[in-house]
Design a protein around this ligand. Structure first.
Ligand SMILES: [Zn+2]
Length: 393
């Protein structure tokens, strides 16, 4: 459903300057004031009930704290989705229907008000509306299905590392006791690690994101496969229910989780797409033949080998969790042909970890240790990378 498809003369993206939510449990009106006309499409999502508004890129000029989540609206989330696309998501306390969605110019203020009326609805009605709702699959850049199983590594390809800063854009990840956002910590640390690695001759480094933008899990994995990565490192700093638990942890993939903590971290991580309102088919369509299985087994061997190297290098610098190598069914670690690990730098649910995660010095130190482990890992493979980190410092 499109409305106000008015092209604007200037190139600057429209900015949402103000937002109001008024109403009760039966009828709720959301008003978003833009400085220019916007294109918007909407869809519904369930579990939990959500209204998703998709825009071409917009700016966020309103003060979130001043938006009173009232009536049916119980929560809100917004951010950039990548590819010139922005999203606002409203969570509701009950099933609803969209009674009206229109945009009109306020003659007095000159602002373009997007008005959305929600009405409480039965579960059945919501389910029917959900079925009719547009799935914005175009939003998700489907990962390139380049199968490189059986491909021969050429010697002139540099050792390739893909760093994956967890979360981003509309998906904040965990929030620390003092308000640190996981998506910021993961990006800052990933940049530090990239800079360390760029001092290695014969290595090339890519990041799945280098700004505050949402990237779907399958696209992160797809990106690593496209670049024929020799190592994929997903960086996180999640929160746990047990606030006393702290310390760095390295996860590799496994169908069966090593323990309760690993299982809940993976379950949380695997929700990242759904948090952003991007529902993907649950299973990837990887060819299940013997070559893939073999590649998978070999890849897992490499992943575990790297996890051990990283732990031995991080020890003595960073505090590690008890049993620092754990495993569970992380979707982001599913590339059959790219050795992949997910590193929890620490846990934002622990205030001491949160303080460390924000320290540049600590980030630098940990990045050094990891870079060291990566160079050892590379030297175990056919292509050596020359490390000159020590000389540079
Ligand atoms: Zn995370």
């Amino acid at each position: 459903m499109l409305c106000a498809a008015q092209a604007s003369a200037s190139n600057r993206a429209p900015v949402a300057l103000d937002m109001r939510i008024v109403g009760d449990d039966a009828v709720t009106r959301i008003v978003i004031e833009f400085d220019k006309p916007v294109d918007v499409s909407h869809q519904l999502l369930d579990r939990p009930w959500r209204l998703v508004l998709d825009f071409n890129k917009i700016g966020y000029g309103f003060d979130e704290k001043s938006v009173n989540k009232s009536g049916l609206v119980s929560g809100m989330r917004y951010g950039d989705m990548g590819g010139n696309h922005s999203r606002l998501i409203f969570r509701t306390s009950r099933p609803f229907s969209v009674a009206a969605l229109r945009s009109r110019e306020d003659q007095q203020t000159g602002r373009h008000n997007l008005v959305i009326d929600l009405e409480v609805a039965g579960e059945d009605e919501f389910a029917r509306a959900l079925d009719r709702s547009i799935t914005t699959s175009a939003v998700v850049n489907t990962a390139q299905k380049q199968d490189r199983i059986g491909a021969v590594h050429t010697d002139d390809k540099p050792f390739t590392i893909v760093i994956d800063p967890g979360h981003g854009g509309i998906d904040n990840g965990a929030i620390g006791v003092r308000g640190t956002q996981e998506k910021d910590v993961t990006l800052a640390f990933s940049r530090t690690l990239r800079d360390r690695l760029s001092r290695f001759k014969g290595a090339q480094v890519f990041m799945t994101r280098d700004s505050d933008v949402f990237v779907a899990l399958a696209d992160r994995t797809g990106f690593a496969r496209q670049h024929q990565a020799d190592l994929f490192i997903s960086i996180h700093a999640d929160s746990l229910r047990q606030h006393g638990v702290r310390g760095a942890t390295i996860y590799t993939i496994s169908e069966k989780a090593s323990d309760q903590v690993a299982a809940s971290v993976a379950a949380n991580e695997n929700l990242a797409d759904s948090v952003a309102g991007v529902e993907l088919p649950s299973e990837d369509t990887a060819v299940s033949d013997i070559l893939v299985d073999l590649a998978r087994r070999e890849t897992l061997g490499f992943s575990v080998q790297f996890a051990r190297l990283a732990i031995s290098d991080m020890k003595g610098f960073a505090r590690l969790i008890k049993n620092p190598h754990r495993y569970a069914g992380f979707r982001v670690l599913k590339a059959p042909d790219v050795p992949s690990v997910l590193i929890e730098l620490g846990y934002l649910s622990n205030k001491d970890d949160e303080a460390l995660l924000n320290q540049t010095e600590w980030q630098n130190g940990l990045a050094d240790r990891l870079a060291n482990a990566i160079s050892k890992f590379a030297s175990l493979s056919s292509r050596d990378i020359e490390t000159n980190v020590a000389a540079d410092r």
